[in-house]
Design a protein around this ligand. Structure first.
Ligand SMILES: [Zn+2]
Length: 251
């Protein structure tokens, strides 16, 4: 089973839970009169961040991919699509506007996948599941990072697979190294031999031992050769943003 979670969302809101009380203390020192009014303001901000942190880390926004189905929830409603029910799928990006209290607007882009389910009784339904606003999601307990395109590729592989055994194998190989093994291996590389590279395929940054030939480097997230930073920048220019005709068609 692969559990994909918007890891950055919980990290950012978690940091804000620490920053908000510090900001209140500093503001109160600078201007003691604002102790109470500032306290109410920062308490409200803290509660909002706490609520968002609880949502992000509770797992209710996770996307669970297993050998028999793909599961997620939309507005609290659990959805399960078995592989044989999956008729169409794709990834797309949406832009929403968030208006600030002081006026002005902020644009927020979110990548999502569109999944079309056809039940045995012939009823079809299309779901739009948000993936992330931070470029991708992380496999819980493992290093693997999934951009929307990578999620769609994995869905395609599993949807095309013919047996349970084949799907179990695909999932096993798609998780990447476990967090424990990753930390252990990274710690073993001496500082002077560390070569930091970002994988061109999945975007995960990792240290590699420069005593090993470069073409033998293996990304802990996707298992591919990570390639150099310069090569990565060249490839980013050449490849377009996550999109696909199927995702567009479902809109
Ligand atoms: Zn990779």
């Amino acid at each position: 089973m692969i559990v994909l979670r918007d890891d950055m969302q919980s990290k950012v809101t978690g940091c804000m839970l620490i920053v908000t009380p510090i900001a209140w203390i500093i503001t109160s020192f600078v201007n003691p009169e604002s102790l109470v009014i500032g306290g109410v303001f920062f308490l409200l901000a803290f509660l909002v961040f706490f609520w968002r942190y609880s949502c992000a880390s509770s797992g209710e926004n996770d996307l669970t991919i297993s050998f028999d189905s793909i599961r997620f929830s939309i507005d609290g409603r659990p959805v399960r699509i078995r592989w044989k029910e999956l008729e169409d799928y794709g990834t797309w990006r949406k832009t929403s506007r968030i208006s600030a209290d002081q006026g002005g607007e902020m644009e927020k882009t979110t990548d999502y996948i569109a999944l079309k389910r056809k039940k045995a009784n012939g009823i079809t339904e299309t779901f739009h599941k948000d993936l992330s606003s931070w470029g991708g999601s992380k496999v819980m307990g493992h290093v693997a990072f999934y951009t929307p395109n990578r999620v769609v590729k994995l869905i395609k592989k599993l949807s095309d697979a013919q047996s349970k055994k084949e799907r179990v194998e695909i999932i096993k190989n798609a998780k990447g190294m476990s967090n424990f093994e990753f930390k252990f291996k990274q710690r073993k590389i001496p500082f002077r031999h560390r070569d930091v590279l970002t994988c061109t395929k999945c975007g995960v940054m990792s240290c590699y031992d420069n005593r090993i030939p470069k073409n033998e480097f293996k990304c802990p997230s996707c298992g591919e050769n990570p390639k150099s930073e310069r090569e990565r920048n060249r490839m980013i220019k050449e490849t377009s943003l996550p999109s696909c005709e199927i995702g567009k068609k479902l809109l």
